[in-house]
Design a protein around this ligand. Sequence first.
Ligand code: ADP
Length: 343
Amino acid sequence: MARERILTGESMPEDSDPTFTSLRPRSLEEYIGQQDVVRPLRIALEAARQRGEPLEHVLLHGPPGLGKTTLAHIIRHYLGAEVIATSGPALTRPGDLMGLLTNLKPGDVFFIDEIHRLAPAVEEYLYPAMEDFIVDFVVDKGANARMLNFKLHRFTLVGATTMAGLLSAPLRDRFGLVYRMNYYSPAELHAVVMRSARLLGIAVGEDAAWEIARRARGTPRVANRLLRRVRDYAQVEAAGVITREVADAALRLEGIDEMGLDALDRALLRTIIDVYQGGPVGIEAMAATLNESQSTLVEVVEPYLLQIGFLARTPGGRKATLAAYQHLHVPATPPGDQRALEM
Ligand code: ADP
């Protein structure tokens, strides 16, 4: 099995360490960046509070590790409510969903992570719950079968998804507030690293924090994880002092280069370049060559490579860009291919 990736935005077991979860910002004021989400959300929250009404249902979409779960908790703190958290794959039968819905108290936040992975049979029960705050039960069988409505308390559904495109239209349409989360800028990640270091009592210089921020792939979860690896390295190798050089050495030891790429990123690019002459290549072929699942490549590896312009998606498949060739120090030659490489 492939080695666990330190750079993945997806949650890893070590992330549930209590000191780490305590890093979650608890208010919008503490929440760094994402102003395109924070500003309208603040207004919606305040308006709902002034009217004494629950917040409309909220859909948060974007790559893993950008702060969607954190926002769901911020919303419930703001509303003074409780959060009941579950995930799409955990709700295998309609009964699982019913149990949670019928136990919600007025104003509760019902958080469904990976909502795009809800089974269709479960999803259908969510529609009347979201729209009219009722669930339908079928009681008895055959000729005696009757439909009963069960009235729910008004709640706010917060759905999170990495794949908004996979959400069915009827589900998406039932969210009043839809926010797209974007990758964080290096400056925002620098602020995340400095904040986490302060909370964890780690002495990190400004320039060491930049080394971490630049390599954190636009993702706060990754920034926090890299900070801990750097702290461990500094403790063992550098008397606990985190300088820029120490941060750099620690991250290189993890196989992370100066652009924040790790071995799998580089392997993906090298596969396109060496095996498929720069592309285009289909995702199935790439997954088979790399012995990785398609979903890992699509959801975890590719978004960042696309974002930094190392990968281009074309109707014929994926291509490595000129920037990728340069980064890997591969001469981008085949004559006549130059235009394709630059797209
Ligand atoms: P997601 O649900 O999108 O996968 P999380 O909400 O679990 O991401 O966030 C991952 C971690 O990143 C959190 O534990 C938190 O410490 C940190 N984090 C996320 N967003 C921010 C932010 N805006 N400011 C500071 N830290 C953040």
